[in-house]
Design a protein around this ligand. Sequence first.
Ligand code: ADP
Ligand code: MG
Length: 227
Amino acid sequence: MPMVEAEHLFRSFGTTPALRDASVAVAAGEILAVMGPSGSGKSTLLHCLSGIFVPDSGEIRYDGRRLDTLPEPARTALRRTAFGFVFQFGQLVPELTVADNIALPLLLNKVRRQQAYATAAGWLDRLELEGLGGRRTGELSGGQAQRVAIARALAIGPRVLFADEPTGSLDSVTGETVMRLLVGLAREEGVAVVLVTHDSRVAGYADRRVVVRDGRVFASHEVEAGR
Ligand code: ADP
Ligand code: MG
């Protein structure tokens, strides 16, 4: 059974269609790379799959249960406990320290303060950011900030990680560190990873690749065959 499954998603912004009959699924322990040109609907797809946006029509299931029809506050609660999201454009709180940013989702989940900060420190080590816990995130380089965003998304121990171009501002060595970490989480803990990327080397770590074109999802071999 897929961990997250979407069927026939439609989503428009005003008169601009972003998703037009998009269907996709990801299994536990699977890394799915989502590729495709700018403006094709990749971010909108991730926001719908993760319950941040409600689609105009279509169905989304998480672990076999409908997500798109789940009322608030249950939908937000599910998102906070089961999903990690790395946004394309930052979303760290610049006035807070690195450790505060990573601990924040844990504190929202009622994890005790000391444990939240210990968990945050552990993720800093795993992302090769040790010693940066006390910095304000506004002072970080782009690559450091992106790794903090990844640490924050992973700190809650999500069953699904959604990452919108997470290696965009990382150099190739750091990008490989991040991808090896994600492969380890998928293999050892069964985390499902849905990862938007333009980087074919990053996509090479994925188990499967799909391409979004004009709001629809194609298997990468369909596109290569000249659709
Ligand atoms: P991608 O991530 O592949 O670049 P997006 O999902 O961001 O594509 O966008 C798909 C389409 O939806 C584009 O035409 C974009 O301009 C439009 N769109 C996305 N988000 C918004 C928004 N918040 N308001 C208006 N239009 C949007
Ligand atoms: Mg995008």
